[in-house]
Write a protein that binds this ligand. Structure first.
Ligand code: NAP
Length: 285
């Protein structure tokens, strides 16, 4: 049970976490913080938080657990604001989609990696954002990855694990590097493809005609291109090296596909499509 929880960034992820913990009776009081008061007032109206403070330092005062749930580019600035007032016993965690950059942000702001800091990332989300989109079931039966550091204390790690388990999530641990590499492949690269495809088609001269005849497959493939642009700008910049490596690999594979089409090489096309279908069927099954 968390006595006082501070959520910095009461949007889709921070708001859903608060709702899930309240439903599980795993938290006493929830204090929110963010830039826009209207959003925070709405979060109180929706029963997501009990109260709010526009000043993050005020919001974390006396908190037992602090969750950073803002876009990656805002993490360091926020940490600098809370570092002077964060309690010795307080546990600090985050939900950022890339982990190396958050670790560096915390190190820069605190001048060291606090024992109470546990980097984390729930592998759950939607293309919606903001507190209105938050719901208590978001993490149910979904994975949450924790990437504890050599400096991370066992008590803090245990408390963050228990917090996520209370939401119904399945918690796993891995290294920061492994996380960033795996997520570049499974999440960041697919988002690049969706954004690039929709942008490319949207700039065609006959785009109205193209979108008019776009059917279910296009809708399925491009849903994630509706995700928040600021969040995705920050993820690309934060996970630059791993993402570029995946994009290079993918570019080579696209070149092979182009070459096979150009050369009328049906055998190669069939081989690629059969291998992909097998892999996708096995994953979906
Ligand atoms: P969101 O719905 O847009 O929520 C972000 C919240 O942070 C908003 O309430 C926003 O409120 C606040 N905020 C933004 N910039 C801020 C700043 N500079 N200082 C203080 N507050 C700020 O975004 P989200 O989807 O919850 O994503 C939050 C984090 O979760 C990101 O780091 C993302 O990488 C990670 N994540 C997202 C997903 C997903 O699928 N969406 C999944 C896993 C992890 P104001 O605008 O009022 O400040």
């Amino acid at each position: 049970m968390i006595g006082r929880l501070a959520i910095l960034g009461v949007g889709l992820i921070g708001g859903s976490l608060a709702l899930a913990l309240r439903r599980a009776h795993h938290v006493g009081e929830v204090v929110g913080s963010g830039r826009r008061e209207r959003n925070l007032q709405r979060a109180v109206e929706l029963g997501v938080i009990d109260r709010y403070a526009l000043d993050p330092a005020e919001a974390v005062r006396g908190a037992d657990m602090v969750v950073l749930a803002v876009p990656l580019g805002a993490m360091e600035g926020l940490c600098r604001q809370i570092a002077p007032v964060l309690g010795e016993q307080a546990v600090l965690t985050d939900v950022g989609s890339a982990k190396r950059s958050v670790v560096e942000a915390v190190r820069a702001a605190f001048g060291r990696l606090p024992e109470g800091f546990v980097p984390g990332h729930p592998i759950a989300g939607t293309e919606q954002s903001g507190v209105e989109a938050a719901f208590a079931d978001l993490f149910y039966h979904r994975r949450v990855i924790l990437t504890p550091l050599p400096e991370t204390g066992l008590r803090a790690l245990g408390e963050v694990r228990e917090m996520w388990e209370a939401t119904g999530a399945v918690v796993e641990e891995m290294s920061v590097e492994h996380h960033d590499h795996v997520l570049a492949a499974t999440s960041h690269l697919p988002h690049m493809l969706a954004f690039a495809l929709v942008d490319s088609l949207a700039r065609l001269e006959d785009r109205h005609e193209v979108f008019r005849y776009a059917a279910g497959g296009f809708r399925d493939f491009t849903r994630i291109a509706s995700s928040d642009p600021v969040m995705w700008r920050d993820i690309c910049l934060a996970n630059r090296d791993a993402l570029l490596e995946m994009m290079d690999r993918f570019r080579d594979d696209m070149d092979r596909l182009s070459q096979a089409i150009e050369q009328g090489d049906g055998d190669t096309l069939l081989e690629i499509f059969q291998r992909a279908k097998q892999a996708r069927d096995a994953f979906a099954g």
